[in-house]
Structures are given as structure tokens and as C-alpha cells.
Design a protein around this ligand. Sequence first.
Ligand SMILES: NC(=O)c1ccc[n+]([C@@H]2O[C@H](COP(=O)([O-])OP(=O)(O)OC[C@H]3O[C@@H](n4cnc5c(N)ncnc54)[C@H](O)[C@@H]3O)[C@@H](O)[C@H]2O)c1
Length: 457
Amino acid sequence: MNRRSFVSSAGLGLVGAAAATKFSSGRALGANERIVCGFIGVGGMGRANLRDFLKSKDVDVAAICDVWQPNVDRAIQMTQGKAAGYTDFREVIDRQDIDVVIIATPDHWHGYMTILACQAGKDIYVEKPLAHNIHEGRSMVAAARKHNRVVQVGTQQRSGRHYQEVVDFIQSGKLGKITRAATWNFQNESPHGMGNLPDCEPPSGLDYDMWLGPAPERPFNPNRFIFNFRYFWDYAGGYATDWGVHHIDTVQWAMNVRAPQKVSAHGGKYYIQDNRETPDTLEVIYEYPNFMLTYSNRILNANPLNGRSYGIAFYGTDATLVVDRQGYEVLPETHGTFETLRPFYERDLEAAKLGRSVYPWGSERDVWTGRTEKVQGNRSEQHLAHVLNFLECVKNRQRPASDVEIAHYSTTTTHLANIAFWTGRTIHWDPGKEQIKDDAEAANYLRREHRKPWVVA
Ligand SMILES: NC(=O)c1ccc[n+]([C@@H]2O[C@H](COP(=O)([O-])OP(=O)(O)OC[C@H]3O[C@@H](n4cnc5c(N)ncnc54)[C@H](O)[C@@H]3O)[C@@H](O)[C@H]2O)c1
């Protein structure tokens, strides 16, 4: 199949294509090799990605694609007018000189575009959450493996130095046994949120049909468009997947697990006065074999937890660790620590000397009492490091920090929260088969209908 027929048939479904770029062979390439990039979707995050890719001396940005012309223009300006503009992403994927595509469209497009780019022999940096649903995520992993592509996903905490420290700290056992972790996002959008804008004609300069792509056809509504698409099920999964995936990715990484066994979710759209579909108040409970994790989201009250409006807390028997993008701190356990247990400890020592049995907390107990200082992090450091990690992997053909399969597991966990929310039932998950156990109705939510021709097989 030649390149032209590949593009023209791409719209009929995902098709195979001859691998074409200089990185397609799977050979590691020299450190000085230039990487030619095409950006697909250059709204808020697409331009943040572009900013950091442009900081690499190895990168040439050849193409900018968006279905909304003002965003194309803005991004081309960032390249000092060097990149060519496109509205059809297939033309970018079709360019043989482009090695890498960076996808930052709304979630409902990630699957189709990533798979097509894999088939065309591109390496890919695609935004989180990996996919709009679990089936698409698995298909993306399969395509990346089949075509030997480097696929990095935008869960950039994996490249953040202080997050890496946190994971080492937890895995070293210094917090003791962790049976509970909590994650959260709190803010106050009361009462009007994003408002209740009526449907209208799409703005000029927008190819609305290409914005919708695989999602169902419906009249244009400004609230479903830039940024706020997150709060509509056709395109995304609300806070549970949008922010949840960052947190859950870090927890699964630190706790060295891939998936929960059970998930339940509670909440609703109780009061926010806008036309979003996703809840304003949500509580998710994830049960893993040896610990429990919650995700809490409220958008009608911003009272923070541990001084943070968003973050993660790991609760160990010996200490608590709290982390967000600005840094982390370890809070010593103040009840039942070494100090308060000293009398028992000394008695245990005496008992042990006399050969008597000791109390359960025993003389071997080693409670972390030391560190309470805050370690500073830097959110932009995390993102740039993530971009550089990807570019390095494009050259050395190693798996990147947020490899597509890792991100598939983190994203899957967050989709299970929404499935539990929609069904109102506890979801029992079989991670090996990637199936929901004994609940045919819930299993329907593992995939969705795609509007033709944008079908992910
Ligand atoms: N890694 C992070 O921390 C982070 C932060 C914010 C957003 N994101 C992710 O980035 C993605 C985009 O979010 P955003 O906030 O930038 O949204 P946005 O609405 O600002 O940008 C999305 C852009 O994609 C364009 N688009 C839609 N369909 C397209 C198509 N077929 N071809 C080309 N362009 C198309 C839109 O016109 C828009 O300009 C989401 O998946 C989001 O979850 C990640």
C-alpha cells in the first residue's frame, strides 16, 4: 500500500501501512539525530507540550494540526512560523518526514489517532487519560507493540524527581505497612460552574464534524468545546479520569500494583447549576488485595486536606506521606509511636531477656519519627523531564517512563470508577482477562459505539 492510498483509506477504518520514518526500523539512532514532530490538537495542553518540545535542541516542529483555526495560528506563531498548518490529522500522519506525533485532542480521539499513527510507523506522545474507554486502551497497547512504537502518555509525574523520591521512600518500607491511601481534588465553582449556555452554530474556523469524530453527532454547545469537554461522557470521564488518572497512576506505581479487585463509587450532580453531565460530588473506593484507596472530588467546597486542594496521602503504620506537584512531606505518626509506646517497649525488652512472650508491637518495632520537612517539587520540571525522557526513548528505543501499557492500567482503574458510578454497583474486576465479573450490564461500558468511519476495532 503506498502512502497516498493509506491516507485515503484511513477514514474507512484502521488500516496497515508500511513503516516509514527513520525510527521505524527499531534501530537505536545517534544522539545527534533530529526528531521531526507533528502536533495534533493544540489547545491548552497541546501548546504546553509544544513549549517544552521546543526546548529540546533535537526537535524540529514541522506540522501543527487542529480543527479550530485560531489554535492552529497560535501554535504556528510559537514555532516562529516554521511549521505548516493542517486541519486533517491524517495528512500529518501521512507525512513521511514526520517521526513523531504529539496528540493532545480531547480524550475521545486519542485511541483512533494513536493506533493510526502506530500503523504509520510514528512514535507518539499522547495525553492522559490514555483512552476514552478500556477497550480502546487495550487496542492502543496492542498497536504499539505490534508496530514496535515508543508511546509515552502524559502522566508526567513519573518523570518528576520528587515523585520518584516518594516512590523510593514508600518502597523502602519507611512508612511501615500501608493499608490506606487517599487521593483528592477540591475546588469551589458554586453555584454556576461553567453556566448553562444554549446550543448554537459552531464558531467560524471550527471543523465541528472533525472535532466530534467518533463521538455521537449532536448540535454544537460552547460548554462541550474548549477545555470543558471533560465534563461530558461522550468525550471524557469527568474528574475521575481527568485528574484521577494522575493520582491513581502514582499510587499504583508506588504500591507496585496494576489494578484494584473491587471498585464502588457514590455521589451525584447535587447542586452545580450548569449543563455538565459529570458529578459535582464524588467518592470512589478502590479495593486492592492489601490496601484501600479512595478518590474524593468536590467542586462546591474547596476546604483542603493536609493543606492541599489536590494530592495523595499514603497512610502507613509508622507515618503518613502527603504529595502533590509542589512537593511532599512525611508526617510522623503521633499516636502509638515509639515515644508513646516506650514504656511497653522497655517492658518488652525486659520480658524478652527473661524469655517471656512480648506484646504484639514487640521490641523489633522500628517507627519512623524523623523527617517532617517539606521537599519542594516543580510542576514544570516534571513535564519537561517527561518530554525529554520520550525523546531519548525515541532514539534508544527503550520503553518510556509512562509507557502506553502502564498508562492503560492507570486509566483502566479510573474508568472502572465511572462504570461503578453509572451502574450504582460494586464492580468486581478480573485484571488478567480485563473483564468485569458477573455483571453483563456493567461490561457493556468497557467499549462504546464509534461514529463511522472512526471505528477502533
Ligand atoms: N498532562 C496533563 O497534565 C494535562 C493537562 C491538561 C490536559 N491534558 C489532556 O490534554 C488533552 C486536551 O486537553 P486540553 O485541556 O488541552 O483541551 P482543549 O480543548 O484546550 O484542547 C483540545 C484541542 O484539540 C482540538 N481537536 C479536537 N479534535 C481534533 C481533531 N480531530 N484534530 C485536531 N485537533 C482536534 C481542539 O480544537 C482543541 O484545540 C486532554 O486529553 C486532557 O486530558 C493533560
